[in-house]
Design a protein around this ligand. Sequence first.
Ligand code: AP5
Ligand code: MG
Length: 248
Amino acid sequence: MLGLPGAGKGTQAERFARTRGVPKVSTGDMLREAVHDDTEIGRRVKTTMERGELVSDELMTGIVRERLERADTMSGFVLDGFPRTVGQAESLDSMMNGRGPLIVVDIVVPEEEIARRLGARLICADCGANAGSFADAAHPVSDAVAVGAAARVEAEAIAGSRLPPDLQRCGRCGGRLIQRADDDAAVVLERLKVYHRQTEPLVEYYRKRPTFRSVNGALTPDQVAVALAAAVDAAAAGTITTGGGVAR
Ligand code: AP5
Ligand code: MG
């Protein structure tokens, strides 16, 4: 899945993977887990992630290659957050060799909506689960657009009584909900710049392939999920009917 930071890649990857019974391979989640667990990789990537910059292609392709060698990915998998550069896409093509079509879906969302979503997002400090958005529960959307530092303060004070119980603790593990370290307004700006510079070229890299689709990510999560499932199915069917659509 391709898309701006906050486009909904993680949300949709999780749902799609669950529905289709395949694993979700999220490089962002894997790296955040490494940082949380203070592993050697976590210590290497922490500052880079906090600045909103990309971790090296070498490290990322190594991590993904190793993950895709595990047996649970043999019937398919969903990639969230990888590839992020043309170099990573070229490596992925070589990893996909002989493994069936690589379907690429670009989730398209306007940048104003991105600022609203990321400024308001909460995640679990313990398990990293996305807990949704306190803005949806506690603020009208117009308040949440001008978030950033204010959101951080708000998010750090979320034990506050204005939030319903399901936005005070993680629904999965009961952990404390916090703002993601790279959702600070200044870092979001950097992530958007990095996206345009290093990741957006991937849209052109994939666009000519018959397995490329784009979906409108500005609809509700349910609507996006329906559109995305249809897009994936259409792309997969295309590879059968044309016989030539298998992305290398
Ligand atoms: P990563 O974790 O991949 O972050 P990202 O791409 O910046 O994207 P996000 O996770 O912020 O957004 P998302 O598109 O997943 O949206 P989500 O579903 O969460 O990467 C983080 C960092 O790790 C990078 O900056 C880099 O340092 C490093 N890294 C990771 N992979 C790398 C790689 N391959 N190479 C190099 N470095 C790498 O949704 C966002 C919010 O919106 C949520 O609150 C959600 O509830 C809400 N939302 C979702 N859908 C909707 C909707 N339809 N309507 C309303 N709200 C919605
Ligand atoms: Mg994500």
